[in-house]
Design a protein around this ligand. Structure first.
Ligand SMILES: [Zn+2]
Length: 90
């Protein structure tokens, strides 16, 4: 968890990972932001990616976040990666 932001937002840094399901992302689906597996966007949990990527904002800090050039918006995550993101995914 990063506390580097001057407003002390709750964030979580992540690296992309390769799994057997990576790249099996068909059509126009965004795929999971962490492993790029295909996800059902209607059922998926979502994370708010900030800082130009590789970092997500905790949902409870949405109200404190001031969007800047590094705000990439919402991305879906697959079920396995939802476990990784925990309460950062909703
Ligand atoms: Zn994933």
């Amino acid at each position: 968890m990063s506390m580097e932001n001057k407003t002390a937002l709750k964030t979580l840094k992540f690296d992309t990972v390769e799994t057997p399901m990576s790249r099996k992302n068909l059509g126009n689906s965004l795929g999971c932001v962490r492993c790029r597996a295909k996800v059902n966007e209607k059922k998926a949990k979502w994370v708010h990616v900030i800082a130009g990527g590789g970092e997500v904002l905790h949902p409870s800090d949405e109200k404190n976040y001031v969007a800047d050039g590094g705000d990439l918006g919402g991305y879906p995550v697959g079920p396995e990666c939802a476990k990784f993101f925990g309460e950062f995914a909703k």
